[in-house]
Write a protein that binds this ligand. Structure first.
Ligand SMILES: [Ca+2]
Ligand SMILES: [Ca+2]
Length: 243
């Protein structure tokens, strides 16, 4: 009898531990997918790579929103053109997401979390933009930058692949803005970009085309893609996300 009670106690103990482990696992899964603020990247050894899991191009709400933006095509514009997709998502995010700094250092937020709260800092904007671009079939990446007087990473932006040269994008952007009745706030548009073939994280994918900087926070004009004149603006790392 004593031996039987001993076995019962062990059985109950194992069940309780199992339930606790299952509860902790379920809790973590939920947090990774939907919590607004998940982790402090300064505490992480994998400083750059871990941003990848926050990019959610296949998330239903993120994809639905991105598709509704690119499908809202004005007359006279080709809704399937990559220029329209790049321009319209950049414009929508600049008009609907507010810039708010994280309260206690930088935190990453998943794309759906940014879409829900409608505000964020540079990494939140970049994660949402990259997710939306990937969700409509474009190739996006995230770029870590130095924008002040020390050589450390202090800023993040999104990169999106444009298969032609910068001039051809500018021509299409000009046509889109004309059709939308938006006057360019500057005479000379300078679009920041890098040759896609020189980015090591994109290496092997492209031998032509450029990566356009999508940086709503540092852009001088919401209607102009990549019009960033701020200096310094040094690329320190590029992480490909999505496809
Ligand atoms: Ca990508
Ligand atoms: Ca810096």
């Amino acid at each position: 009898m004593r031996r039987f009670l001993f076995k019962i106690r062990w059985f109950i103990a194992v069940c309780v531990i199992g339930v606790i482990i299952a509860y902790m696992t379920i809790g973590n899964d939920y947090a990774v997918s939907y919590d607004d603020v998940i982790d402090n990247y300064e505490n992480s050894g994998e400083y750059y790579e871990k941003v990848v899991i926050y990019v959610e191009p296949t998330h239903y709400e993120v994809r639905t929103k991105a598709l509704s933006i690119v499908n809202d095509v004005p007359d006279g514009i080709n809704g399937n053109s990559e220029a329209w997709k790049i321009w319209s998502i950049n414009y929508w995010v600049s008009k609907h997401i507010d810039y708010v700094e994280d309260p206690h250092g930088d935190h990453y937020t998943n794309a759906y979390g940014v879409l829900q709260k409608k505000y964020g800092d540079c990494d939140d904007f970049s994660i949402l933009l990259a997710s939306m671009y990937e969700s409509v079939g474009l190739d996006a990446a995230l770029v870590f930058l130095n924008t002040d007087d020390d050589p450390e990473v202090d800023h993040m932006a999104c990169l999106v692949y444009w298969p032609d040269d910068v001039e051809s994008f500018l021509a299409e952007e000009k046509a889109i803005m004309k059709q939308r009745g938006i006057t360019s706030p500057v005479r000379q548009v300078r679009i920041r970009n890098i040759f896609a073939g020189t980015s090591h994280s994109m290496l092997g994918k492209y031998t032509s085309g450029v990566l356009l900087f999508i940086d709503v926070i540092m852009s001088e004009a919401a209607s102009l893609v990549g019009h960033i004149t701020h200096q310094p603006y040094d690329v320190l790392e590029i992480i490909d996300v999505g496809r």
